[in-house]
Design a protein around this ligand. Sequence first.
Ligand code: SAH
Length: 235
Amino acid sequence: MSRIRETFEGYAIPWSEEKEKLFDGYRDRVLEMNRQMNLTAITDPEEFTEKHYIDSLTCAKVPEFLDAQMVIDVGTGGGFPGVPLAIAFPEKEFTLVDSLAKRIRFIEETCRNLGIDNVTALHGRAEDLAREADLREGFDACVSRAVAPLNVLCELCLPFLRVGGAFIAYKGKAADEELAEAQAAIAALGGQAADAFAGKVLPGQEAHRLLVIRKVSPTEERFPRRAGIPSKRPL
Ligand code: SAH
């Protein structure tokens, strides 16, 4: 049985040959395009499956994610974790955001060519996009992996969530420290730290820990501050 299928069964996500083909197709196109632009440092197909696919799918453990219909991925890069989640959960709608136009163009074209039709790829900085009326507080869940320290990331992500929604941050070994340092930012932005879930990849590979931060009150109009300020002067 393939690793993807095994992981789907572990999480009770419906598996199909069609989904498996989309995973293979997307990986092949990322690796092919990676020769022309920087999409990932990982070029070994098995490592790709673990670090980009199995790791991304850890969200399947999070009840707030399973309940969500509209999901935004902030700083998606080559499409992670957004694209694997979109393939696994075709009934949810995914908006993938990145400030690098080339990466967004790649995701847009590749999803269109493969027939992944629940992905919208948006070019822009999170600080600017969160000011757009149809995006601000327009999502049930926000995911983000390897973009910024948690205190900075909360300012980029929490404004996109409706009250009652959840921000799910993919974090590494420093998860606890980052969470401690983000307490002021979480409170200022209307969030509340709720839960944590550990990922499961093959031995020798590293999985992320998912930190869940619930949105409990609306984000004040002054957040996010203008582009660049959240990382220059973290809350
Ligand atoms: N999430 C992907 C990519 C991580 S690299 C993965 O885990 O593989 C970080 C990405 O975040 C880059 O593609 C960068 O362009 C994007 N990024 C950084 N700051 C951003 C911002 N303020 N708004 C939107 N995208 C941002």
